[in-house]
Every structure is written in C-alpha cells, then in structure tokens.
Design a protein around this ligand. Structure first.
Ligand code: S3P
Length: 450
C-alpha cells in the first residue's frame, strides 16, 4: 500500500482521532489483573494494541470485543494461566516490554516472540532491572534481543535508577513490582509519560511519587475493576495539528483528545514556532484529562527541542521535523538518540526523506539540524516500515509542489488504521465529509453545503 499525496486545500476542520495507543495497552493489561468485569470504550483497534489483547487472552483472560473500539475484559484477580504457546508481540515493543515485566513474577514459564523488526529493538533496558528484581529471563537473540524466554520467579522490590527516560521501562518495572515483595521504585533522568501509574491509581492501586521523577509501587495489590473510556491519541492528532499549524490561515479543532501533560509538550513547541494553540480540558473524571485542542496556522519559525522535552515529544519528533522543514530558520533536535532505536532509525529516516523532498538537513548523532526553506518538493519517499515516518511524510506531501508517494504505508495500521481515510479528507474535504466518521464534522462555508 502507498499514499499518493498532493497539496492540501486550506484546512478548516473539526476532527476526532482514534484512541490513545499507550493508554489502550495499559487499560487492557490492568483491567485483566482486576477483580471483575471492566468495560473499556474508545480502545484503539490497531495492530499493536490487538497484540496486547491477544496476549492477555493467551494468558487465560476472557476479552470480548463486540465492536472494534469496545472491550469487555473479565479480570481474574491477578490470576493468569500459563500460555499454551509462544506469545507473539508482532511489531509491538510496548507489548513485549510491558509483558516481560508482567510475566517475570508469575509462577509459570513463557516465551515472548515477535517480527524480525521487533527482534532488532533493545530489550536489555528491561531485562537488566528485572534481573535485579530476581527475574529469570534469557534473551535468545544477540545482545539481549528477542525472543525472550521467561522462567517464573519470586521477585523482590528494588530501587532502580534508569539511565534513560522510558515509559516502557518504567511500566515494565511497575507491573513487575505489582507481583514483587516489598517496594519497587523507578527513578528516571526526565519524566516520561505517566499512563501506567495513572491507570493503576484509577483502578485503586496505590503508587507513590518520589522526589524528582521517581515512582514507587508496593506489591500484592489487586486492581479494583472499573470502566474506562480511552481518550483520543494526541500523538495521532499531532499529524493534523502540525498540518494546520504550518498553513497560514489553517484552522483545526481536535475533540476528545487526551491532554495528559506528559504528552502535550508538542503544543508548546508549536506555540514557540509561531502557531496559535488553545487547549481546553473538558473532563478529568477518569484521571486522564481530555478535551479540545484548537490550532490556527501561521508562517512557522525554527526552534530548538532538547532536554526534558524529548521524552515528552518522542513520538512527535518525525512530524515536528517536517514542521521544521516548513519553517523559516533552523530547527535543532538534540539529545534524541532514542529515535535511533524506534521502529526504524528515525533520525536517518527523517534526514533521508527530507533531503529527497529538497530540504537541507544535517544528521547529528543525537538528532537533526534542519534548515527550513518554507517549501518542499514532491518526491517518492520510504516509510522504512515505520508508521510515524509514513504519516509524517504523508503530511509533508500536503505542503509539497507536485505529487509525493509514500511507499510501504501499510505500517500505519500499527497506530492509526484509518490514517489513509483522514488524509483523503484533508486533500478532498468536501467529498470525504460525507463518507467517513473520522472527521466528525467540518465547518464548511454556506456555498459548500449547496
Ligand atoms: C510508549 C513509550 C515511548 C513511545 C512509544 C510508546 C509507551 O517509548 O515512544 O511509542 O506506550 O510506553 P519509550 O518508553 O521507549 O520511550
């Protein structure tokens, strides 16, 4: 599958985006550990999140899915069955890392496998601290890479200073900590997204904040079953927010988006670059704040993104790099070496594709320096099998002269299965307004209606 993209007409739209990917994984896992039936609405039925659903089913949890976004999870009070076969995590690193934490403290053995692309992702980051807790994990690939063979063990709480700010590492250790004796503490150099701790708290599991960026959990707690509605994924909204921000006169409202402040740093970056951004939290009842984001576009200017902002915009950096290429002046991204170990080496992929589209880019070890020229030219670009690279460069194509072709774009199914439909709507707003629910309503002028 490929995307063929042409320049977008003026953006004047009101949209919703599918459920948050990070929160969907966590909701399924924690509901499965709870003491009863939990109804999860707004679930993201993407390939990655469905891997987590399949994994929990393989561990003996009944999960009904009457509609793609609705899950009914029958929690079994922390009780899991030994899986009958290997658990296939596909291309989902979140599934593999979180499950490694969950399974390390069970009384049975398990084996986590995935696609060859997942087997190239670093797992040492979760294996090392889990072993400190007493986990018995053998990584069968080179350099501690998957498959992971886990022998059930009795875990003990430890205090771990993580060298990287990673929500997946933190979450793996918190899930292991739930099954460990005593207190497990994770300290990180900068605060990463906090969905696991919030989700645990929502299910009435106590966690403790410790000083700057530390979080603790005591073992032996059982989540209380609750219903939960997953908000829209701000990282999916980011593609359209940047599209509207980079178009002088563009105007976009995103409704029902997750507005957790460990995820909204993107909005501050867009403001720095010159866009007008308003965010209105409309609901905090279910612990994850949600509401509306409004963006009005402008001629963007370059900015610097580094330090503690990096973990909080890590998934938005590909589309922010595109924003940088459309801005005047230089956009610098530093201390973002984590991008090299995502679904692809995102630093190399961004540099390659931006150059193909005529931008001037310097690739740094830990980031990029982008000399914006305010324009791009259409080109044939690669997804590198990475959903966020595919989507970022489809949006770049909305601003390019001529046609842009994004090859191998089927990977968008990992996080945003309907991205292609939404892209079509932005290219042909009138036609699509009637055919797809992704854009719930546009605000057309009167003549559009006739
Ligand atoms: C995620 C955390 C981030 C992010 C990934 C999803 C999560 O990764 O890039 O897409 O759900 O915990 P790291 O925790 O490795 O930084």
């Amino acid at each position: 599958m490929e995307f063929r993209v042409k320049r977008a007409p003026r953006i004047e739209a009101e949209i919703t985006v599918p459920g948050d990917k990070s929160i969907s994984h966590r909701a399924v896992i924690i509901a499965a550990l709870s003491n009863g039936v939990c109804v999860l609405r707004g679930f993201l039925p993407s390939e990655d999140c469905l891997r987590t659903v399949q994994a929990m089913r393989a561990l003996g949890i009944k999960i009904e899915q009457p509609t793609p976004e609705l899950l009914i999870v029958h929690g079994k009070k922390r009780f899991l069955n030994p899986p009958a076969a290997d658990i296939d995590c596909g291309n989902s690193a979140t599934t593999m890392r979180l499950l490694a934490g969950l399974l390390a403290g069970q009384q049975f053995d398990s084996r986590l496998v995935g696609l060859s692309t997942l087997s190239r992702r670093p797992m040492e980051r979760v294996i090392t601290p889990l072993r400190q807790m007493g986990a018995l994990i053998v990584a069968e690939g080179p350099n501690e890479s998957p498959p992971l063979r886990i022998t059930g063990a009795n875990l003990r709480g430890v205090e771990y200073d993580s060298p990287i700010a990673s929500a997946q590492v933190k979450s793996a250790l918190l899930l292991a900590g739930l099954f460990a004796k005593g207190k497990t503490t994770v300290n990180e150099p900068f605060v990463s997204r906090n969905h696991t701790e919030l989700m645990l708290n929502y299910f009435l599991v106590r966690t403790l904040r410790e000083g700057d960026g530390g979080i603790s959990i005591f073992g032996d707690q059982t989540p209380e079953s609750r219903d939960f509605t997953i908000p829209g994924d701000i990282s999916s909204a980011a593609f359209w927010l940047v599209a509207a921000a980079a178009q002088p006169g563009g105007h976009l409202l995103v409704r029902h988006a997750g507005l957790n402040d460990t995820r909204t740093t993107l909005l501050g970056v867009l403001i720095r670059m010159g866009a007008q951004v308003r965010e209105a939290i409309e609901d905090v009842d279910q612990i994850e704040p949600r509401g509306t984001v409004e963006v009005t576009g402008a001629s963007l200017r370059g900015t610097v993104i580094q330090g503690k902002e990096i973990p909080q915009v890590i998934d938005e950096l590909p589309i922010l790099a595109v924003a940088g290429a459309l801005a005047s002046g230089t956009t610098t991204i530093r201390q973002a070496q984590e991008l090299r170990v995502k679904e692809t080496d995102r630093i190399a992929a961004i540099a390659h594709n931006l150059r193909a589209m005529g931008a001037q880019v310097i690739e740094l070890n830990d980031g990029l320096e982008i000399h914006g020229r305010g324009s791009l030219r259409g080109a044939r670009v690669a997804s590198f099998g990475d959903h966020r690279i595919a989507m970022a460069f489809a949006v770049a194509g909305l601003f390019a002269d001529g046609e842009t072709i994004v090859q191998d774009a089927q990977c968008v199914h990992e996080s945003y299965p309907d991205f292609g439909k939404a892209l079509d709507e932005f290219m042909n707003p009138k036609r699509v307004r009637m055919t797809t629910p992704v854009i719930s309503s546009l605000t057309p002028s009167r003549s559009d209606e006739e």
